[in-house]
Design a binder for this molecule. Structure first.
Ligand SMILES: [Zn+2]
Length: 418
């Protein structure tokens, strides 16, 4: 909305901090004392109209809801880590420097930038015909019955994309350093076209291979070029930090910034590479339905161990998101399955043992001797977990392990194992 006269947006600028403060009050309320409720009665004093208050309450309830569920799953990961730690301690496989996992309680989210998820009661979008502009945006302000009228002009690209689409009546207004931004959205229903009896392909997600399918194909990697770039970036930051220290000593006031532009570029590049790998995987399996892992923080850490864990772990999370999005937009079937022990379980005899993984690349079962690439074994396990209701019903990692070891005992009996 940069092209319009900035003076026009003064009323919106005045509304922003009031809205942000009110939204924050409800976020805090819903994260601490009360359950998130978008129909909650207004309880805080504010100059905002009742309609605006409703918008703030709804948005705050949404923020609090996702904060609560993220916190709950992080807490579950902590409990899993803790159980893992005690298990390793009991069987004597723990590494010397490993510390007992601890839980640090989360802070309530702080809203820093104004983002308004408005509905039609406070912000209305009206199409314009025969005008250089595409829409009128009618925004209610702090002044009673005084609407702000803002003309909206779309870029050619956006106009093309939105052609013949029904735009949702709810719009988002974002206040950024560069000004106000309007976000429009539309719904598109893509029906699943995969045949119910289509072959199931399991996908394992990892560092050495972004994706490994249960039919033995690999797509994308963090190693090679990406790893080289990351090393160069780290070196650059180290040199910059040195320079800063040196300049600081000399009393130079204006120091070079510590944020790394190339680091941001690298992160973007990694995401692009992930997208490419996922696209390729879908293209090479046109008739399959996919099973992929529900990655927990604990699993990501496990998969990213011994490397720059933080960078890798945050990017790992992008892979399942990308699989889900690709499946949705193409009308392909894909489901998430539990990831617990998928890398330690033997895909032949169900034996779960840390010792089945002599190193990062190799899987070698200590009971039945089945041996293959570790990522492939995991992908096969994931494929088998599609439609495994017994496993799906397991409440935590412990229950998964108990079930798998029970199956292992059955397998041994069936195969006349001593
Ligand atoms: Zn085995």
């Amino acid at each position: 909305m940069i092209e319009i006269n900035p003076g026009k947006l003064a009323a919106l600028d005045a509304l922003a901090p009031v809205y942000l403060a009110l939204c924050q009050q409800y976020v805090t309320l819903f994260c601490t004392d009360e359950q998130p409720d978008k129909f909650h009665a207004p309880v805080f004093a504010t100059p905002l109209s009742e309609r605006w208050q409703r918008v703030a309450i709804q948005q705050a309830a949404g923020i609090a809801q996702s904060w609560r569920s993220n916190r709950a799953s992080a807490y579950q990961d902590y409990l899993d880590d803790l159980m893992d730690y005690h298990e390793q301690q009991a069987d004597g496989t723990i590494e010397m420097q490993t510390e007992e996992p601890t839980w640090k309680e989360w802070d309530v989210p702080t809203l820093r930038q104004t983002c308004i998820q408005a509905n039609v009661n406070v912000v209305a979008l009206e199409p314009l015909q025969d005008s250089t502009f595409d829409y009128w945006l009618k925004i209610s302000t702090l002044d009673f019955r005084k609407q702000l009228l803002v003309p909206v002009k779309l870029a050619d690209f956006h106009r093309e994309v939105l052609k013949e689409k029904t735009i949702n009546t709810s719009v988002t207004l974002n206040r950024r350093d560069t000004g106000w931004w309007l976000t429009l959205s539309y719904d598109e229903v893509v029906t699943v076209q995969t045949a119910p009896d289509a072959p199931v392909v399991g996908i394992d997600v990892g560092i050495a291979n972004f994706l490994t399918t249960s039919d033995g194909k690999h797509y994308g990697t963090f190693h090679g070029k990406l790893r080289e770039r990351q090393k160069r970036d780290r070196e650059k930051r180290r040199r910059k930090a040195k320079l800063r220290k040196c300049l600081e000593k000399k009393g130079v006031e204006k120091l070079p910034s510590t944020t790394s532009r190339s680091g941001q570029r690298l992160a973007r590049h990694v995401r692009q590479e992930i997208n490419r790998a996922v696209n390729e995987c879908f293209a090479e399996h046109p008739d399959a339905q996919f099973a992929y892992e529900h990655l927990s923080v604990a699993t990501m850490k496990y998969k990213a161990r011994a490397m720059n864990a933080y960078l890798y772990a945050s990017n790992l999370a992008h892979i399942p998101e990308q699989i889900a999005w690709n499946a949705a937009k193409r009308g392909r079937a894909a489901i998430r399955v539990k990831s617990a022990y998928s890398s330690q379980e033997c895909s032949v005899c169900y034996n779960v043992d840390r010792a089945n993984r002599p190193n990062q690349q190799t899987f070698c079962c200590v009971v039945c001797g089945y041996s293959t690439h570790a990522d492939l074994n995991a992908a096969i396990n994931i494929e088998h977990r599609w439609g495994d209701d017994e496993l799906r019903a397991c409440k935590d990692r412990k229950a998964v392990k108990t079930l798998l070891l029970h199956r292992h005992e059955e397998w041994k009996q069936q195969h006349g194992w001593p």
